[in-house]
Write a protein that binds this ligand. Structure first.
Ligand SMILES: Nc1nc2c(ncn2[C@@H]2O[C@H](COP(=O)(O)OP(=O)(O)O)[C@@H](O)[C@H]2O)c(=O)[nH]1
Ligand SMILES: Nc1ncnc2c1ncn2[C@@H]1O[C@H](COP(=O)(O)OP(=O)(O)O)[C@@H](O)[C@H]1O
Length: 402
């Protein structure tokens, strides 16, 4: 982070002090916002060059500039901040797209302190808020050889800035073309078992005789990058994720026939005969569970690759239709500098000014943060924040976009 922008420090030091009386209020002033949590006042200031944070501790009467972790929001003058609980501040900034508008400043520093013993200043971490389905992780399952990896590669190639792959851990040996840390984190069983015990995994399963698992970190790294996470995991893993706090879209890929599945597996040429037979044998049960367990939201048949890929894009809202985009605020959040923000229970209301006609009449943006989930300590994740617009009558009669 560059030099912190100028703050309304004078006001505070001159005893004009704390404009906010409770722990969850805010005051906006020319690109600077204060929010109080306990004894500390967080000043968030934006300019064209930077967006910075400064902390005033009432108990010591001192200002500090914290160590900032995570990718920061792009600088901007128009923003607001509101504390939504004792360790998380929601920052809404001016931005061209909804995905760039909602950020969180995490101020729970316990974990980071323990991990990085040398850090002396207060630590805050930026992370991007996630709005609705548009950012929901995508879980893809299906039998070995059905084409999961092929479809995922196509998506990642066509939309490199939109998707990020959750790199799993596995105890299986790498194939010739596979790179450690890219396709998998290849690891030893004893190491992985210990990490599972330590709670580092979102899910894990024994598949075809090897251990596979998705670490919390693997999903968080993608979210930190502001991307939508794709998980290639087996049916057991999908079941676990379904039961977890991670809200995702679940897609099962079916082969056109067992014969074609076998052909593809053999043509890929990455397994021994014994491994191929094991995978084919397991495929039957996987297909049965995948198509009948109710875990999956969508079942796709991968017969002709281009057709299957088209269908996949369609259900992810990437074909110009509105499936995913309709879940977000259309056209972004046009936040005037002099907007106001208030918090009522779990709803954050952003009043953007006088109602106009048509699109302009959508002057009230409501963010429901009731589904905000805890991530791994020290980092914010699993955020499920969606926007709703109300036309005039406040919280009553909110029309959730869908
Ligand atoms: N539960 C779980 N399954 C995984 C994970 N990573 C990969 N898998 C599944 O493990 C199975 C075997 O994967 P792999 O050895 O790469 O073989 P492939 O499916 O033939 O490409 C597939 O069904 C994957 O979806 C994971 O992190 N968790
Ligand atoms: N629709 C398809 N038609 C024919 N071959 C396909 C199709 N989809 C994928 N393949 C091929 O099948 C093989 C297995 O695909 P892969 O993506 O590795 O499967 P998975 O990741 O599900 O194990 C690869 O050689 C791939 O090129």
């Amino acid at each position: 982070m560059g030099e912190a922008p100028a703050f309304i420090v004078d006001d505070l030091q001159n005893g004009n002090g704390f404009p906010i009386s409770n722990g969850f209020g805010l005051k906006s002033k020319a690109g600077e916002t204060t929010t109080i949590i306990g004894d500390k006042t967080y000043l968030i200031a934006g300019s064209d060059e930077s967006i910075g944070v400064k902390i005033y501790d009432k108990s010591t009467g001192k200002w500090t500039i914290p160590t900032v972790l995570g990718k920061e929001p792009k600088p901007c003058k128009g923003h607001s901040a509101v504390a939504i609980n004792e360790d998380r501040i929601l920052v809404i900034k001016k931005g061209a797209t909804p995905d760039d508008c909602i950020w969180f400043l995490e101020v729970d520093t316990q974990y980071v302190r323990e991990q990085k013993k040398t850090v002396e200043t207060e630590i805050v971490a930026w992370s991007k808020g996630v709005i609705g389905n548009a950012q929901k992780p995508v879980v893809i399952s299906g039998p070995s050889g059905v084409g999961k990896g092929t479809l995922i590669s196509l998506l990642m190639k066509e939309f490199p800035s939109m998707f990020g792959f959750s790199v799993s851990h596995t105890t299986r040996k790498p194939r010739d073309m596979e790179k450690d840390g890219v396709h998998y984190h290849f690891t030893e069983r004893s190491v992985m078992e210990k990490e599972i015990k330590d709670g580092k995994f979102l899910e894990f399963a024994s598949v075809h005789g090897n251990l596979y698992g998705t670490s919390i970190e693997a999903v968080e790294v993608v979210a930190d990058d502001g991307k939508r996470c794709i998980l290639d995991i087996d049916v057991q893993g999908a079941r676990s994720v379904r039961a977890s706090s991670l809200e995702a879209i679940f897609i099962f890929i079916c082969p056109p026939s067992m014969e074609q599945l076998e052909e593809r597996l053999r043509a890929r040429g990455t397994e021994t005969e014994e491994q191929i037979l094991k995978r084919l044998c397991n495929a039957k049960a996987e297909i049965e569970q995948g198509t009948s367990s109710g875990i999956f939201d969508h079942i796709l048949y991968n017969d002709k690759l281009d057709e299957c890929y088209k269908t996949l894009k369609k259900l992810l809202g990437l074909d110009g239709s509105t499936v995913a985009n309709s879940q977000t605020a259309p056209g972004g959040i046009d936040l005037p500098v002099d907007h106001s923000v208030s918090k009522i229970d779990n709803k954050i209301l952003i009043n953007c000014g006088t109602p106009g006609s048509g699109e302009a009449s959508k002057n009230l943006i409501v963010l429901d943060v009731s589904s905000l989930k805890e991530g791994a300590p020290g980092r914010t994740r699993g955020l499920d924040v969606y926007t709703v617009y109300s036309f005039s009558d406040g919280l009553n009669g909110i029309n959730k976009l869908s």
